[in-house]
Write a protein that binds this ligand. Sequence first.
Ligand code: F1P
Length: 352
Amino acid sequence: MADDVTLKEILSQPEVWKSILDRSDDREAAFTTVAALCFKKETAFVGCGTSYYAALSAASAFTRVTGAKSRALPASDILFYPDHAFQNPAAGYLGIVISRSGTTTESVLAARKIKSELGMPACAVSCRPDSELVRICDHALLAEAADEKSVVMTRSFTSMLLTVQRLAAACSQNGGVLKELESLPHLGTDVFKKAATLAPEIARDRDWSSFVYLGQGPYYGLACEAMLKMKEMSLSISEAYHALEYRHGPMSMVNDRMLITFFISDRGRKEESLLLKEMKKLGAKVLTVCENGGGGIRESSDYCLELNSGLSDSARLILCMPMIQLLAYHWARLKGIDPDHPKNLTQVVQLS
Ligand code: F1P
């Protein structure tokens, strides 16, 4: 248990989110400068691991809020298939590279390629202002307060995603969008209270064999990140899919020691609740993370975390993560695994 750094970092999120939303002149100026570029370009959000999953949710939420084109790519695809990603790169794209450390080899190489070979403007989203990535890029949006000692990324994921959402708010110039984001720290405190009770309860409930995370649209990136947290922290079998993809084959694996987590979206709510009931009939246990459990969702779930945020689904994304991170943490502890020392992993992947 020594330091329990990971747990401390998970619990610190509402405070850290406050500093991401700080309105100091320097930060405002950085968001305004990058927002001006986004208007003219299609934005490519790039990263590795957790930062790639942040890019997936970021691109979806960004387009929803701004109406501007965007997409997510793993950094390695920029290195191997740049021509598949960009046609006439110098003309119409902005590359936003997300990386907690700012030193992940593929991300740094992708930023170099974006700038020097493809001639596109590049912006870093990172927790480390002195990193190589920040030095290479033309612009930087920093989330210093979210930096971590832990190998596994928790608050850096939510905070770098929030940083992109704040950029989207700057692009949209709609005060309502920023207002929604500014309510997240306060709402987060409430969500943490619920998750702190529910997560250890679920972990203790049975001898889980595997975990599945399902989410559509902006929730797909969250589902992938949830899958990765469960693997990294507890060395458990975990998978992520777009919710409705689960019927197309993967459901053959359902059993009564499987926990399926549904991130209920606003647009897919009806279809997702039908799927949830089907999976329960097949024997799975179901956790839903949703805005509210009305319309039968609460009754059909074995466990239900209701956010009750009053926010749009692109604004409330990061509120879903405390439940997920705490469940992975408690399940790891019950298995006798220390999440501060994940097997085979280091904070940064640096290739020589
Ligand atoms: C990304 C990352 C992590 C992963 C691993 C190594 O790092 O791939 O997602 O957990 O421990 O690094 P970064 O580019 O965001 O620093």
